[in-house]
Design a protein around this ligand. Structure first.
Ligand code: ATP
Ligand code: MG
Length: 387
């Protein structure tokens, strides 16, 4: 094998690097090509991540056993960006695991491009041979082309994840918008009915209608913040919040969406201080989503209870239903995004994900207890304002 035959091989290999889309597939092609180029046994890719070198792929089990030392060859090649060939004798002490494979030498190829180092490719061979300077330089070129292929695959992966994030965000946004629209529709119908019958219209309805349309306006304004879409973060508007007010608003809303269901508010706080620091709309959304589940997963004749109490400087809200309950195997996953149990009739599986996100942002705690056939209790705990 000569420098020109290595160069020839590199040209063919580099075309193959560009084919795979995912980083995992790209690593495999790079290692396979490098191994066949220098007639080796196996190869490993080590990449830098948050200041540390981590193995991301090896074509042989042994490659996964090897622990790279912070002052070892891999680190040196990563820093100096020079191809190195090291005989097995000198590395067998630190890496006895390579012995059984009859490895004679290891080549360390820097994965770098234009002075930017992203990692190291190591190739282990069992053949007796040496490499001249030209050949080692040619292998460095191999490393540069491999680096570009890895970056391309990583960018593809990042783009795919960003798109997924965006889709999730849009789905969550739609979920938030659904609630005020339903309430507005409910009030509009009610008012139309009254006017048609020449009856008096309650001023409170019109005020609620106005408040809900305001909420809608605010939500849409938030939606338009491009930054939120990009990062998938919800913005919070922190204020002193009264949970009784929020619960009453949620119950009002609930009655429009689920008129057949009975909901009872059990207030065990009376006149004790119970305010929390929170985002009114997000907390409202949190209770609406929880009540929505309680109604969706129980029959109309089963009462839903919402209990408010104080516990160790916390306000506790419990949403209790006597519905179909959740299987033990599903319990751990109900807070995951898009998770719905197989027999769920409708929904996107985002309600509880949103609830948990909101509670976590409020430094609160959330638990779900459930028995199939008996019912479910969602317990939310929020810290009281400390005076
Ligand atoms: P979405 O809320 O997005 O409309 P969803 O209700 O299916 O859809 P989640 O609210 O996140 O999604 O709930 C996830 C799953 O947990 C549900 O599909 C359901 O199987 C189960 N679940 C949640 N709450 C209850 C409950 N109170 N009783 C029984 N099962 C529940
Ligand atoms: Mg739900």
């Amino acid at each position: 094998m000569t420098t020109s035959s290595i160069l020839n091989g590199i040209t063919k290999s580099s075309l193959k690097f560009l084919e795979p889309l995912t980083p995992g597939d790209t690593y495999a092609v790079i290692v396979d090509e490098a191994v066949s180029l220098v007639e080796a046994v196996y190869g490993t890719i080590i990449l830098e991540e948050n200041g540390e070198l981590k193995r991301v792929y090896s074509s042989h089990q042994t490659g996964y056993v090897t622990q790279h030392r912070s002052r070892g060859n891999v680190y040196r090649v990563f820093k100096q960006q020079k191809t190195q060939i090291v005989s097995a004798k000198s590395i067998a002490k630190a890496h006895p695991e390579i012995k059984p494979h009859g490895i004679k030498w290891t080549i360390f190829i820097p994965l770098s491009y234009r002075n930017k180092s992203i990692g190291v490719l190591t190739i282990n061979s069992a053949k007796d041979r040496t490499f001249n300077k030209g050949e080692l330089n040619a292998l460095k070129l191999f490393g540069s082309l491999a680096t570009l292929a890895i970056r391309k695959a990583q960018l593809y992966d990042e783009t795919r994840k960003a798109l997924e994030q965006r889709d999730l965000f849009l789905a969550m946004a739609a979920h938030e918008l659904k609630t005020p629209i339903t309430t507005i529709h409910g009030y509009a119908q009610l008012i139309a009915q009254k006017v048609k019958n020449k009856e008096r219209v309650d001023i409170n309805w019109i005020e609620d209608l106005s408040a809900e349309s305001m909420r809608l306006i605010l939500l849409v304004r938030e939606l338009l913040e491009v930054n939120r879409i990009r990062t998938g973060q919800l913005d919070y508007n922190w204020n002193e919040c009264d949970l009784k007010e929020i619960i009453n608003r949620a119950i009002l809303n609930f009655k429009f969406i689920h008129p057949q269901h009975e909901v009872e508010f059990i207030d065990r706080i009376d006149s004790l201080p119970h305010k929390v620091i929170g985002d009114f709309d997000k907390l409202l959304q949190m209770i609406i989503n929880s009540l929505d589940n309680a109604a969706k997963y129980s029959s109309n004749d089963k009462k839903i209870q919402i209990v408010l109490e104080l516990r160790n400087k916390h306000v506790v809200i419990k949403i209790v239903d006597q519905g179909k309950g959740i299987k033990k195997s599903d319990l751990e996953q109900v807070f995951d995004q898009f998770y719905r149990s197989n027999d769920s009739a409708e929904g996107m599986g985002l309600g509880l994900y949103l609830v948990k996100t909101i509670i976590t942002a409020h430094r609160g705690d959330i638990k779900i207890d459930s028995k199939p056939g008996k019912g479910t209790t969602l317990r939310v705990q929020l810290p009281l304002i400390s005076i």
